[in-house]
Structure formats: structure tokens, C-alpha cells
Design a protein. Structure first.
Lengths: 376, 152
């Protein structure tokens, strides 16, 4: 019997909580003590902190050693095709720096193709002093440094702390300030549409590269994009991890030229193609230096059209004076819906043929043969 | 946060916490360890809870980390045979087995949202991923779960 996925009782997949588990949880909860425990440093904090500070400030700071989008895509998100030349185009040639509290934010990479706006902003202490800097909305002071993945584990090793140490524990052990920063795009931007991706990488010298990618309303983007930035610094209390001091600058903007369209093609399937019940009509491809956006246009399955759509027939068409216009010779009516799905591929030229397979969700495409899309 | 509130909230969310631990650990012994560790760690880090209304999301994140720590410490590989024979059978064994076959990345957000009623934002906060990622993973999880169940 087929299950109704929308009303699936997922809790039935779990047994009742065993009494032994409940007892373990509640015994632990009741055993806690309310008095504040003083943490004793088990390391020679002063000496170690001094050594760390000396080694961090002795590192020669070179702009070329900063992590950028190439590192992000290359090491941490393999499988992404990045066309040649795009990283060069991202580089910011002028000085785009802002001081927010004790930190300096510098835009090192900026790019937009009208679909996405991406930025890499470097964050460091203005006076070059040692500090721990992590990304707000990416990790909390109570998260282990290893939660930043391989980049976090390497950083913990450089600091000489356990990778299981939380950010606040590392700050306590090393007697360093802990700053949580944001350098993202304003979500109230009028051209903003959809979700925003945020991530960080920690550079060798302990400074941070803050990555942000936001989706834009393509129809409203013009030749240039003025992107408002939200630059935020929060100093964490070394005992509690809570914010003890905060600095903000939400007034800064960067203006980026929008990459031009380099190539356009339209593809049609080599046979009538029904995918997940909907008829694939065509695929429009538009290529930029960033890659190609494919817009799949489907005719919606007639049976899937919502009931409310039929109310659209009930409108009365009138002239300027409000008098009803006479009906036309066509005594029938038609109702059809299209679905558009946009995807991106990282290619440097648009291919002549694209094939579609259903490896991820088999049987989405009826039959065994892949769908062949041919450029017109 | 005082101790009374802490104990009261853990009691209220105990069922949810057990199910989340089960989602990752599949084994009552390991669940017991993770739940205990999570409670103790949560109390240590109680000052990191910004507002009491976020207790559920906050404790879920701590529990998830505790589960991963438990996996590392115990270094057990849970075989499919163990999954198929839980100590206490759930009401819907077929569903339980199908759920267990999902990759953990898909299983966990599905449980958080569709079993425990978390919003996409709450699940995103608990899992440290964007909301869109949660939506996408749940969609894929439902698709895979449907196929598993249809095959039974």
C-alpha cells in the first residue's frame, strides 16, 4: 500500500524512549550545580600566549597568500566547474577597506553576473595584534574549532590547541580576544531574491576570509550593481562567550559592473519528453564569464493545475468606461501553466548537445534512454 | 537560566532528544551516553543560550555534537543487521528500516522538521547549514523514503 508522504507519521519509526535513557538524561540534569565554577588554567597560559602572539605577528602578511574563492571552490567544494579567467575578473584592484571597531574589512574579490553577487572580504585586526576571529552565523563561541572542517583543524593545530576546543576555550587558553564577524550583503537589498550563502575560511595568519553569495532578481539588475554591505563585529566575553561589545557599519556599499552575456542558445528535446509528469518544452542557455544558466521550461501536467487557477476564468473584461467588451469568435478557453527551473553549469562554451539522466531519482524520466537536448 | 528551568526543559524535550540521538546512533547504549554528555555540556555552556525560547534548537545542536563525540569515542560500526533488530521495536518497523537507509545528511533534517516539528530555520540553526540546504535535503529525503517504502 502506497504511503501518503505528506501525512507520514515519522514518529512511528522510533520506539518509545527507554526508561534507562530518560533516567540517564534527567539524572545528569539534576546533578548540575548552580554555583559558578572557576575554571583553572591547566596550561602555562602566559608563556604560551606570549609565544603565540610573537609567532602570529611575525608572519609576513602578503595579499597573495589570502584565501579566496578559488580555495573555497577548489578545496572545500570539489566538483564545481569554474571557467578560466573568472578569478582574475573577481579581483578588486582598488582599495576597498573599512574599519569597524578594532578590525579592518577589505573586499578582495567581487563579481556579479546579474544572477548572483559574490564577495570575498578579508577581516583582520587593524593594529596587527593577535586575536581569534570567526564568522558569526557560521559558528558560535561554544562550537569546537574542528566544526570549521579541515580548515578549522589546521587552524587549531597552528594555535596549539586541541581541535575539540571550542572557540571560547581557545580564547581563554591563549588569552586572546575572540571576535565574531559578519561581512554579508544586506538582505533588504531591493534586488535581492532568495537565499544567501555564507561561509568562512581562516587564513594562515589567523585573519578571516568571509564569503558571501546572494541571489538577485535578474529582471531588475542593470549595467551596474550597488551592493549594500553589513559589516559587524562582536567581541565575546572570555568567560561566558556572550557579546560584551559590538561595532556595526551598515552604511557601506560596493559598486560592481555586471558581467555581459557572452553566448545564448536554445535547446529542444529530440523527442516528446515528460519528466515527473510535466512536458519539457525547451531549455534556454545564457553564458557569462561565470558559467551558463539553463532555464528549463515545462508545460505543467494538466492534472496538477491547482483548483484556484480556474477562478482566473471568472474575470470580466471591460473598456475604459467600464462597459463589458463583447466575447470573441473563439467559444473555447484554454488554461496552461509553465514551470521554469534554473540551473547553472560551469562551462566555457555552450555545448551543441546536453543529455539528461535521472541517476539521482531513478524513473523520473520514463524509459531507459537519456533525454537528448539539441541546440537550435 | 536557572537549574529548575534547565531540568524542566530537558524533561519536556526528552522524547525529542531521544529520537534525534536515535537518528544518529541507532543504539540505546550510545544514546544514553550522548544524552548524558549533552545534558552536562549544555549546563556548562548555559550562558551561550541567548533567549530561553531558543532552548530546543540550542539543546539539539549540543546533542548532535555529543552524538558525534560518542561515535568517535565508541568507534562502533553499526551494521544493517543491528539496525534491523532494535531492542525495542518501533510501532512502524518498515518505516524505521526505510528511514535508517537514508544517508545521515538527509535523515537528520527530515527527522528534525517532519518528526519533531522544527521549522526550516530552526533545523538550519541546529545543523549549521543554510535554510535552502535544509529544504533541498528534506525534499530528497522524502523522495528516497518514498522509493524505499514503495519497494516494501
Amino acid at each position: 500500500m502506497k504511503r501518503d508522504m505528506d501525512n507520514l507519521n515519522l514518529r512511528a519509526a522510533f520506539p518509545e524512549m527507554p526508561e534507562s535513557c530518560r533516567e540517564a538524561l534527567m539524572t545528569a540534569a539534576r546533578s548540575v550545580k548552580e554555583e559558578k565554577e572557576m575554571k583553572r588554567a591547566t596550561f602555562r597560559v602566559a608563556l604560551i600566549a606570549a609565544l603565540i602572539i610573537m609567532s602570529l605577528t611575525a608572519v609576513a602578511f602578503a595579499a597573495g597568500s589570502l584565501l579566496g574563492w578559488s580555495d573555497f571552490y577548489g578545496q572545500w567544494h570539489g566538483g564545481i566547474g569554474v571557467p578560466e579567467g573568472v578569478y582574475e575578473q573577481m579581483k578588486v584592484s582598488e582599495d576597498c577597506s573599512w574599519q569597524v571597531g578594532p578590525l579592518t574589512f577589505t573586499a578582495t574579490e567581487l563579481l556579479t553576473d546579474g544572477h548572483i553577487a559574490i564577495s570575498a572580504i578579508h577581516v583582520r585586526t587593524t593594529d596587527g595584534s593577535a586575536a581569534l576571529i570567526n564568522g558569526a552565523n557560521v559558528s558560535d563561541p561554544v562550537d569546537p574549532i574542528r566544526a570549521n572542517g579541515e580548515n578549522g583543524r589546521e587552524y587549531a593545530a597552528r594555535l596549539g590547541v586541541s581541535e575539540d576546543a571550542t572557540w571560547i576555550e581557545a580564547a581563554q587558553q591563549l588569552n586572546l580576544p575572540l571576535y565574531r564577524v559578519s561581512a554579508d550583503h544586506s538582505m533588504s537589498h531591493p534586488l535581492y531574491e532568495g537565499d544567501m550563502m555564507i561561509d568562512v575560511l581562516i587564513n594562515e595568519d589567523g585573519s578571516l576570509t568571509f564569503y558571501c553569495m546572494s541571489m538577485l532578481d535578474t529582471d531588475r539588475v542593470q549595467a551596474e550593481l550597488t551592493l549594500p554591505l553589513c559589516l559587524d563585529v562582536a567581541l565575546a566575553d572570555p568567560t561566558t562567550g556572550e557579546t560584551s561589545q559590538r561595532w556595526r557599519d551598515y552604511d557601506q556599499t560596493v559598486t560592481i559592473p555586471v558581467c555581459p552575456v557572452l553566448e545564448e542558445r536554445t535547446y529542444v528535446p529530440d523527442r516528446e519528453t515528460i519528466i515527473a509528469g510535466h512536458k519539457l518544452v525547451k531549455v534556454d542557455a545564457v553564458r557569462y564569464v561565470t558559467g551558463a544558466y539553463l532555464t528549463f521550461t515545462y508545460e505543467m501536467d494538466y492534472m496538477a493545475i491547482p483548483e484556484s487557477a480556474y477562478e482566473l476564468y471568472e474575470l470580466t473584461l471591460c473598456d475604459e468606461a467600464g462597459s463589458e467588451l463583447p466575447g470573441g469568435m473563439n467559444l473555447s478557453a484554454s488554461l496552461s501553466f509553465t514551470i521554469e527551473v534554473e540551473e547553472m553549469i560551469g562551462v566555457e562554451t555552450l555545448p551543441d548537445v546536453i543529455t539528461l539522466t535521472d541517476d539521482v531519482l531513478p524513473d523520473t524520466i520514463p524509459g531507459d534512454a537519456p533525454v537528448v537536448l539539441v541546440a537550435q | 537560566m536557572d537549574k529548575d528551568f534547565f531540568v524542566q526543559e530537558l524533561e519536556a524535550h526528552s522524547g525529542m532528544l531521544y529520537r534525534v540521538a536515535c537518528t544518529l546512533l541507532h543504539d540505546d547504549d550510545a544514546c544514553r551516553d550522548a544524552l548524558q554528555d549533552a545534558a552536562l555540556k549544555a549546563w556548562e555552556k548555559r550562558h551561550s543560550l541567548r533567549e530561553k525560547r531558543f532552548f530546543r534548537t540550542w539543546i539539539t545542536r549540543i546533542l548532535i555534537n555529543a552524538c558525534y563525540d560518542t561515535i568517535r569515542k565508541r568507534r562502533r560500526i553499526v551494521s544493517l543487521e543491528e539496525i534491523r533488530e532494535p531492542q525495542t521495536p518501533p510501532p512502524d518497523l518498515t518505516l524505521s528500516l526505510a528511514l535508517a537507509k537514508l544517508p545521515e545528511k538527509l535523515r537528520l533534517p527530515l527527522v528534525l522538521c517532519c518528526s519533531e516539528g522544527m521549522s526550516y530555520q530552526e533545523a538550519a540553526d541546529a545543523l549549521h547549514v543554510p535554510v535552502a540546504t535544509v529544504r533541498g535535503r528534506i525534499h530528497r529525503a522524502k523522495g528516497m523514503l518514498r522509493k524505499e517504502l514503495d519497494a516494501e
